[in-house]
Design a protein around this ligand. Structure first.
Ligand code: TMP
Length: 205
């Protein structure tokens, strides 16, 4: 595959969408095809799965939740991401398998290696070239969502302790795989975050 697969991770309210757009502009200026996408919900099937997993009223068992995200991911990678990478595009994706390890593994307290294994099976082992973690104290993230008057989905509505486990999980993953991860302080201003990310992306061929 000749494309580049860049994923953005982190809690809610960390500015992933803003940074995706800025990174996309940088690649577009270089004449690259850029594909913006996200999980869950990067396909028609994924839109339906997203509605179920984020807005279902009843309880969803943690393993069922993990499988719903994995189903979205399997279909999305097979039908959108791999074809884009094969034609040489830069895929900039809001959330990927590290979200499952952080939210379903650390958050719901499932075995993180098993959760990762399910996603690796679902995607036939597709690993991003770079994963940017926008790191933020979950209490600040929550204030940002409150300020934006956002209605909380099933995951956002979880307690701060849940989101603290999610944050710690991202930082632990980044420490184990520094060659793939870039952790950026999400309290920095928009342009400082962008510059830190671009500095890392500039090192890629
Ligand atoms: P977002 O698209 O608005 O970030 O919402 C997606 C929510 O789903 C967010 O709270 C994180 C959560 N999530 C998981 O729990 N596991 C996953 O694998 C993914 C992709 C997202």
């Amino acid at each position: 595959m000749t494309g580049l697969f860049i994923t953005l991770e982190g809690g809610d309210g960390t500015g992933k969408s803003t940074q995706s757009a800025l990174i996309g502009d940088w690649y577009t200026e270089q004449g690259r095809e850029v594909v913006f996408t996200r999980e869950p919900g990067g396909t028609d099937l994924g839109t339906e799965l997203r509605e179920i997993v984020l807005h279902s009223r009843g309880h969803i068992a943690p393993r069922a939740e993990a499988l719903l995200y994995a189903a979205d991911r399997a279909h999305h990678i097979a039908t959108v991401v791999r074809p884009a990478l094969e034609r040489g595009a830069v895929v900039i994706q809001d959330r990927y398998l590290d979200s499952s390890v952080a939210y379903q593994g650390a958050g719901r307290v499932l075995d993180p290696d098993e959760v990762r294994g399910v996603s690796m099976w679902a995607t036939e082992g597709l690993v991003p070239d770079v994963t940017v973690v926008l790191d933020l104290d979950p209490a600040i993230g929550r204030d940002r969502l409150d300020a934006a008057n956002k209605q909380f989905d099933r995951l956002e509505a979880e307690a701060l302790e849940f989101h603290t486990r999610v944050r710690d999980s991202y930082l632990a993953m980044a420490a184990v795989e520094p060659q793939r991860f870039l952790v950026v302080d999400a309290t920095l201003d928009r342009d400082a975050i962008r510059d830190a990310i671009i500095a890392r992306l500039s090192e890629l061929s």
